[in-house]
Every structure is written in C-alpha cells, then in structure tokens.
Design a protein around this ligand. Structure first.
Ligand code: RB5
Length: 143
C-alpha cells in the first residue's frame, strides 16, 4: 500500500505526525505537502496527490488543511476522486463503506491528533460495501 499525502501550512504539524505513524506501520508514503508553516496555496499541494490516486500510483490519499474544505473541493475536481471530509471516526467508516472514498480530508484546526491517527487506521481498514452504494457512486458523474 502506498499513501500519497498533501497539506498546506495549517496541516504541516499533523502531516509529520501522520507520516511517522504510517511509516511505523511499514506503509509507504509519498509526501507532496509543504514542510513549513509559511503560508501557501493549498491547491498546489492537492493536485499531485489527486494525480497519484487517479493514476493508481497510490492506493489512497490523505489531505490536511485548516477546515479540510479547500483540499476536498480541489481533489473532487478529478473524476475518479472521492474525497471526504472527516472529523470523527464514525464518519470515516461511512465514507469508506458508503462512498468508497479514496482520499481522506482532515481539518487540522478542528480535530485532535490522537483521534486523527485512529481515523487513519479506520480509513485504511474499512471496506466499501458496494451494492446500492455502487449505484449511487455511478450517478455522481455529471459529464
Ligand atoms: C489556511 O488559512 C486555510 O484557509 C486553509 O488551511 C483551509 O482551511 C482552506 O480551506
């Protein structure tokens, strides 16, 4: 499994903790995020992650910014990307089970890192349920 990760300045601290956590589990990580707290434009750090997941170079993506909205809006422009914003573990389960999300978007300014690490475990270990949910995913595309 390879995880592609991206973040803006609001997510740098969490990014380092998440990368360390994933590496401790022998999961390969590609870091496309900024590595400092200096202000940047989040789309610049989202496009490479979305492209990695779309091209199947990476199994999943993780994106972090202040609210998770900017990164999710950017990633969801890609037709094969289903990026979900999560702030609880239960929502993470549901974006995998029901939405087959392939990118997890984390609002760094509204979560605690301990919970985020649990959320990442859930994201990586929860299966898509298929069935009626696949029909719904098939209807997401507008063109
Ligand atoms: C940066 O201040 C903030 O706007 C950004 O991290 C994010 O929340 C945007 O959606």
């Amino acid at each position: 499994m390879n995880i592609s990760i991206g973040n803006d300045h609001a997510g740098t601290d969490y990014k380092f903790k998440i990368v360390e956590y994933l590496k401790s589990k022998n999961i390969e990580v590609t870091n496309h995020g900024t590595n400092t707290d200096s202000s940047v434009d989040y789309p610049d750090f989202v496009h490479p992650v979305a492209k990695d997941v779309e091209s199947q170079k990476s199994t999943y993506g993780i994106l972090i910014c202040g609210t998770a909205n900017g990164v999710a809006m950017t990633a969801n422009k890609y037709s094969s990307i289903r990026a979900g914003i999560c702030w609880t573990n239960e929502i993470v389960s549901l974006i995998r089970q029901h939405n087959n999300a392939n990118i997890l978007c984390i609002p760094a300014r509204f979560t605690e890192i301990e919970e985020v690490l649990e959320m990442i475990d859930t994201f990586l270990n929860t299966e898509f349920e298929g069935g009626r949910h696949q029909n719904r995913i098939n209807k997401i595309q507008i063109c």
